[in-house]
Design a binder for this molecule. Structure first.
Ligand code: PXP
Length: 237
């Protein structure tokens, strides 16, 4: 059965637009959990542009499904993760200027640094997953590192500009899933998935979990708008 991890970073993005107190990401997490999310995902970025340490601590207290922390391998973040102890840490590359995580981790080139962080997290009892591109070399490097879970970056598939390109990147993804599964890895996938491009990915055999954030929060704004307006109108009348 395919699991859904719901990334609630962008509930916090909306809060940070006003540096205010709503929407409360913890509230979003509870709603997602009640609606059937199999895990709650947040990215504590080094620049704290959306999720804060305080959010992570509250989520650790209240989330009953798996709490998956996306994080870079920066020492400060690793220390916070070891202290808070989410169920899972997904190691991602992080650049200050990017709007979102642009590519997978380069495990081949950063083997030692990633291993150090993964070992430290593992010793704290946190399951470690690596967010990598659908690339055999990266999958081999993740295995060599002793990792048992990977998340394949679906961005190239999701951002394809036409059917031909999408087919090409879909094939790349499918091949990578099989390659990793044949080598005994647990395979998750995510990034850029939405209500239009997800059905095809959901049919790939061997993927255990899809992690989706932005499109769910976007949909929530629209499907919740009518109710929100009715509530405000009732209040002022
Ligand atoms: N998986 C990982 C590792 C990510 O970094 C992100 C983005 O935070 C996602 C999944 C979700 O991507 P999106 O917000 O585009 O659905």
């Amino acid at each position: 059965m395919l699991n859904l991890g719901v990334n609630i970073d962008h509930a916090a993005t909306l809060r940070e637009v006003r540096h205010g107190i709503e929407p409360e990401p913890a509230f979003a997490a509870l709603i997602a959990q009640t609606a059937g999310a199999d895990s709650i995902v947040v990215h504590l970025r080094e620049d704290r542009r959306h999720i804060k340490e305080r959010d992570l601590c509250i989520l650790k207290e209240i989330v009953k499904v798996k709490l998956n922390l996306e994080m870079s391998i920066a020492e400060e973040i690793v220390t916070i993760a070891c202290k808070v102890k989410p169920d899972q840490a997904t190691l991602v590359p992080e650049k200050r200027q990017e709007l979102t995580t642009e590519g997978g981790l380069d495990v081949v080139s950063n083997f030692k640094k990633i291993k150090q962080a993964a070992d430290k997290l593992g010793k704290s009892g946190i399951a470690v997953s690596l967010f990598i591109d659908p690339d055999k070399k990266q999958i081999d490097a993740a295995r060599k590192l002793g990792i048992r879970m990977i998340e394949l970056h679906t961005g190239r598939y999701a951002d394809a500009r036409n059917k031909k390109e999408q087919d090409k990147y879909f094939k790349e993804l499918e091949t990578a899933v099989k390659y990793a599964r044949d080598r005994g890895l647990h395979v998750f996938a995510g990034h850029g998935l939405n209500y239009y491009n997800v059905p095809r990915v959901a049919k790939i055999k061997g993927i255990e979990e899809l992690n989706i954030g932005y499109s769910i929060v976007c949909r929530a704004v629209l499907v919740g708008l009518e109710r929100a307006v009715r509530q405000m109108k009732a209040l002022i009348r």
